[in-house]
Design a protein around this ligand. Structure first.
Ligand code: ADP
Ligand code: MG
Length: 506
């Protein structure tokens, strides 16, 4: 753990302001970074995070305020000046050049330009060493960057930073384009860098990630620093949400309505198990009820949802919808019987990013829009538009590509799909992953509204607080075993963790 009192700061920013055409993006930002720490900058969309880092990387010059580097006042006039100080930046919009090779990208802009066979060979050799250091010996330096995944483009961007004598790397929402496996790899690299004394400014609005990788936190709201240098381990999530939104966490979750006594049981899961993945589990969910699955990563939460949805084949047990036993292990059967799933990795499992919103919305309801072998696009569009308006997706333009939307809006498209299909049972895996805190409250409101309309909902989240805040009842899991099913208002986060720890020790 970094102790700020012990290291003298590498970078100190005081009272920085910046306006664009009279609109104040930053109204007074303070932040101080010490060597070897991961300093997370947290804030809702539009808070000013990207503007701050563009100031640190010399893209913008501040209107007022002071920046000191290793104790001396500096002016970071342009990106070259930032690099000369030792500040490298990985932008949100990755800035690698598609037409060049990996090695050419890494050494782009270095004084000695690379030309001629020997120099290319030398560059490739040095590139390979950097890629090895980043844990990617398999990336060939002569490969064109255009063919790389976003995750690998990030690695190239980091290798470029490391090709210089860098003391601070700024990463602007690097995880936004990554799946969970790639995030783990990124974190491994970040730990490697900090071990060498390099400081990292890590921007994200995913609290779970910040808990995992961060040492200290600075919270920005409306262009102002609300708190700076908070130790991650000593700052509870409700406090962070309050700083980011100016609201208390109780106000983030809409109040639960009691489930009606005579509400029918819509979903019943009976002794459902997948050998070697999770032990047989039984529970029922009523119309209008939100049922939560809480446990740590690897507890089998997501797999239980996938088994109900038919995406993985159970080795025991039954799934019943309104008393009717389904043929298990078949997604089409589950969907035909009114079960919908919003998967954890929406980007790879749920949404077709390059397709328009309306196609993503109607994806599970094609039969309704098919006419004589063709899809009725006008009907698709107008149905999608009605849903987008109901979900307050702005702009409610059904023709936009889903890949261009924010995380919160992508989740809304996913919810719209199941609203159009008319599901009785909705399975939500990490419904707010990649969604900023402001939009989260909206998603929570939508989930509650769906349940109020009679949908039986099962929700999984790695944020235990989210499960408890949303659900009426919570099933606590550890290593694939059901430990208990409790009323959500009878338990808190530490209660769940106590159960999980005891369960794992047993
Ligand atoms: P964040 O990265 O936290 O989402 P930004 O720093 O991108 O926030 O934006 C902060 C505010 O400044 C927003 O209101 C945004 O619209 C505005 N802004 C950012 N860059 C510009 C720009 N180049 N021109 C005009 N307004 C901008
Ligand atoms: Mg930004």
């Amino acid at each position: 753990m970094i102790n700020a009192d012990h290291g003298s700061p590498l970078l100190e920013v005081r009272g920085v302001t910046k306006s664009f055409a009279g609109v104040a993006a930053l109204k007074g930002v303070d932040i101080s970074i010490v060597p070897g720490e991961v300093h997370c900058v947290l804030g809702q969309n539009g808070a000013g995070k990207s503007t701050l880092i563009k100031i640190l990387s010399g893209v913008y010059t501040p209107d007022a305020g002071d920046v000191a580097w290793q104790g001396e006042a500096v002016t970071i006039a342009d990106p070259t000046a930032a690099l000369e100080l030792g500040i490298a930046t990985m932008y949100q919009e990755l800035d690698v050049v598609d037409g060049l090779t990996i090695a050419e990208n890494i050494f782009l802009g270095h004084e000695r330009s690379i030309g001629g066979l020997l120099k290319v060979r030398d560059a490739n050799k040095r590139a390979r060493a950097l890629l090895e250091r980043l844990g990617h010996p398999g990336l060939a330096p002569s490969r064109e960057v255009a063919s790389l995944s976003p995750a690998n483009k990030q690695i190239v961007s980091m290798a470029r930073a490391l090709s210089r004598d860098i003391k601070l790397i700024v990463m602007d929402e690097p995880s936004a384009v990554l799946d969970s496996e790639e995030v783990r790899n990124l974190f491994r690299v970040v730990r490697e860098l900090t071990r060498e004394g390099i400081a990292v400014i890590y921007i994200s609005h995913r609290l779970a990630e910040i808990r995992e990788i961060g040492d200290r936190i600075t919270v920005i709201k409306d262009g102002r620093t609300m708190a700076t240098g908070l130790p991650v381990s000593e700052t509870p999530t409700p406090e962070l949400i309050r700083l980011m939104t100016g609201r208390d966490v109780e106000n983030v979750f809409p109040p639960a309505r009691p489930v009606a006594d005579d509400a029918p049981e819509v979903l019943r899961v009976e002794n459902l198990g997948v050998h070697g993945v999770f032990e047989p589990v039984s529970f029922g969910v009523h119309a209008g009820e939100i049922f939560g699955l809480a446990g740590l990563v690897g507890s089998g939460r997501s797999e239980i949802l996938e088994a109900i949805y038919g995406a993985i084949k159970p080795t025991s047990g039954e799934v019943l919808v309104r008393g009717k036993a389904l043929h298990v292990g078949s997604v089409p059967t589950a969907v035909a019987n009114g079960i919908g799933l919003s998967p954890e990795e929406r980007k790879s499992q749920g949404l077709i990013l390059e397709q328009q919103i309306y196609r993503n919305v109607t994806l599970s309801s094609f039969a309704r829009f098919a006419r004589g072998g063709f899809l009725n696009e006008r009907a698709e569009r107008s149905t999608a538009r009605t849903q987008l308006e109901a979900l307050e997706l702005r702009p409610a333009d059904p023709d936009r590509a889903v890949g261009l939307l924010s995380g919160g809006n992508q989740q809304k498209v996913m919810l719209a799909r199941w609203l159009v299909h008319g599901t009785d049972v909705l399975l939500l895996d990490e419904p707010t992953r990649g969604v900023d805190v402001g939009a989260r409250a909206e998603i929570y409101g939508l989930i509650r509204a769906l349940s109020a309309a009679g949908t039986a909902i099962v929700v999984v989240s790695s944020e235990i607080e989210e499960v408890i805040g949303l659900a009426d009842r919570v099933l606590v899991l550890a290593e694939g075993e059901t430990l208990d099913i409790v009323d959500a208002d009878q338990i808190d986060e530490s209660g769940v963790l106590d159960l999980v720890m005891k369960g794992s020790a047993a």
